[in-house]
Design a binder for this molecule. Structure first.
Ligand code: GDP
Length: 340
């Protein structure tokens, strides 16, 4: 399964969010099996200033990050005088800088060591030499970017450079999603909160994803009986819990998409790669579906939810017939017609 690591400074709401997401995930899977079980959240608490200095635990946190496929950084955007902020005030830019610097230091250290090693290399055959040259040129460009405070993922690399540096598992190469943790009063219009605005700007500058969520609301949702959840969410001006957004954003940065099939008994979620055509998406269920593909009755997620079922969607005229060239969109609900 894919791993997403939750990082962030102390007291930003990581544990609250982690526990709530795990609980909500279980609850939603039972009621509405829309969330595939293929995403695993890993709580990586303890990434603090100085982690890259190699002081015992710090190193361990960095190696935990090395193993995840994407990084979710929780950024505190809620004010609460009862919850101490490590730096004395809510300051998303500083929080993001602290974590980024640790990851950058760690990568720089690794790259320096690797370049030294490559310099001493006595590779003989021309193919190994070429490979090493490509690795070195890629690493040197990344080194410059890092010294400029930019992540490795912002550097454009050739395919062979990418391939040759893969073994280093650089931390700043991993996709990042900033999770702006807001007060419940900000959920409906998060952009009105200047802290969130700042995180939005940084996310686009650093080629990262963004989700706004209220860890506290997610946590309160786990305490409510399912009938009362929607009412509670509506009272805050939103229609669904943050879980869906979090999963969609994580899948998004990994180049993954989810589509659904909906029968009388159950609705199932399927994971595909971005850009897959309808027959390829059908092939994820069974290769016969791909081979015999004729067409796919398709409705968008929003239209499906509004209608309530495929039959109702058909009556409303929002069910489309899509052919072999159709690129499946995030959240599509599909019924495949195929020859056996
Ligand atoms: P961590 O250190 O990042 O894991 O932070 P925790 O999840 O332990 O949260 C630290 C404190 O902040 C706890 O007292 C939480 O109840 C509180 N907290 C977390 N999220 C929110 C939030 O969205 N709003 C408010 N007001 N408090 C929160």
């Amino acid at each position: 399964s894919l791993k997403a690591g939750i990082v962030g400074l102390p007291n930003v709401g990581k544990s609250t969010l982690f526990n709530a997401v795990v609980e909500n995930g279980k609850a939603q899977a039972a009621n509405f099996p829309f969330f595939p079980a293929s995403l695993e959240l890993v709580d990586i608490a303890g990434l603090v200033k100085g982690a890259s200095q190699g002081e015992g635990l710090g190193n361990k946190f960095l190696s935990n990050i090395r193993e995840v496929d994407s990084i979710l950084q929780v950024v505190r955007c809620f004010e609460d005088n009862d919850v101490v902020h490590v730096n004395g005030k809510v300051d998303p830019k500083s929080d993001i800088d602290v974590i980024n610097l640790e990851l950058i230091f760690s990568d720089l250290d690794q790259i320096e060591k690797r370049i030294e090693k490559l310099k001493k290399s006595k590779a003989k055959d021309s193919q190994s030499k070429l490979k090493e040259e490509s690795e070195r040129s890629g690493l040197e460009r990344i080194q410059h970017a890092l010294m400029d405070g930019k992540p490795a993922r912002s550097v454009t690399l050739t395919d062979s450079e990418k391939e040759s540096i893969k073994h280093l598992c650089l931390l700043t190469m991993k996709p990042v999603i900033y999770v702006a943790n807001v007060a419940e009063s900000d959920l409906a219009e998060p952009g009105d909160n200047p802290h969130v605005k700042e995180v939005m700007n940084l996310a686009s500058e650093l080629q990262s994803g963004l989700v706004t969520i209220s860890a506290q609301v997610e946590s309160e949702l786990t305490e409510l009986p399912s009938e009362e959840r929607i009412e509670f969410l509506n009272s805050l001006g939103v229609s669904e819990s943050g879980l869906g957004n979090l999963i969609r954003a994580t899948y998004g940065v990994l180049g993954l998409r989810t589509y659904f099939t909906s029968g009388e008994k159950e609705t199932k979620a399927w994971t595909i790669l971005a850009g897959m055509t309808a027959p390829q998406a059908a092939g994820v269920i069974h290769s016969d579906f791909e081979k015999g593909f004729i067409r796919a009755e398709t409705v968008s997620y929003e239209d499906f939810v509004a209608a309530g079922s495929l039959a109702a969607a058909r009556e409303r005229g929002v069910l489309r017939s899509e052919g072999k060239e159709y690129i499946v969109q995030e959240g599509d609900v599909m019924l495949f017609r195929f020859n056996v």
